[in-house]
Design a protein around this ligand. Structure first.
Ligand code: UDP
Length: 242
């Protein structure tokens, strides 16, 4: 697997098919693997938060979520082959779960949302194995209950929807006692599947405008989205200095 660095953060040059195949392999291997869905906000955050940066560095797979990363990779002369969006991956994992027999647990999102997402996935992919859901919270004092529910359900793949960096930190600090082969931070994916948030239309996604759609739908995100122009600025600066 080839990896590149964008402003110091490792990103793996994988396609969706390769990612899905790796998840299956990790399930077969057992152990405890962590997958991060890196986007420009992650990169900016990692630049100021060494703990988060360490978690991304140690992740078994850092997939290129976010069109901004593909742009940056091109500008920096180390192009990535594909965008692998976490939100696209979750339904595909459910499909593979039905086909290959591995099981999923959905942790996070607002109360009730993971249940609806599980229902939708079961309808869409009959035979999909969702062995549990729990909203929990990213607060460490709630870890024990979430971990107890997950270990009882014994999933092969755990999807954690607390947004970054909370979801990735959650996985990193609980992984040793989870006994789950693969844990993935999936951001707002469960909201999209449950239909409580709408995904950007295809043409906007294809033109790299998903961020704009999310800003229009959820204007409260403006502050965290300042990471995007900052990211672009830093990438161009690195390019000009090299
Ligand atoms: N979330 C949660 N508990 C929290 C904070 C967030 O369950 O304390 C959930 C929220 O409901 C949403 C997801 O985490 O489903 C994060 O969504 P967001 O769109 O912010 O994620 P992104 O993909 O942008 O990181």
């Amino acid at each position: 697997m080839e990896s590149i660095r964008i402003l110091g953060v490792r990103v793996d040059d994988v396609t969706m098919d390769e990612t899905l195949a790796m998840v299956s392999e990790m399930v077969a291997q057992g152990g405890a693997h962590q997958i991060a869905t890196v986007n420009p906000e992650f990169v900016i955050r990692a630049g100021r938060d060494p703990v988060f940066a360490g978690v991304l560095e140690r992740a078994d797979l850092a997939i290129p979520d976010g069109q901004g990363l593909l742009w940056a990779a091109r500008v920096l002369g180390t192009p990535l082959r594909a965008r692998v969006a976490g939100s696209d991956m979750v339904p595909l994992l459910a499909e593979r779960s039905a086909r290959e027999g591995y099981s999923l647990f959905l942790l996070g999102a607002a109360p009730g949302v993971a249940d609806i997402a599980a229902e939708r996935l079961r309808e869409r992919y009959p035979g999909t194995q969702i062995v549990g859901t729990h909203p929990g919270s990213p607060r460490p004092e709630d870890d024990d209950l979430s971990v107890a529910l997950i270990t009882q359900a014994r999933p092969d793949v755990l999807l954690v929807a607390y947004g970054a960096p909370a979801q990735d930190l959650w996985i990193a600090r609980n992984q040793v006692r989870l006994h789950v082969p693969v844990a993935i931070g999936v951001g707002g994916s469960l909201d999209f599947i449950a239909g409580v948030q709408r995904r950007a239309p295809l043409w906007m996604r294809e033109h790299g405008l998903e961020w704009l759609y999310r800003l229009i739908r959820q204007p409260s995100r403006w502050r965290r989205m300042l990471a995007l122009p900052l990211f672009a600025w830093r990438v161009v600066k690195v390019r000009l200095q090299s």
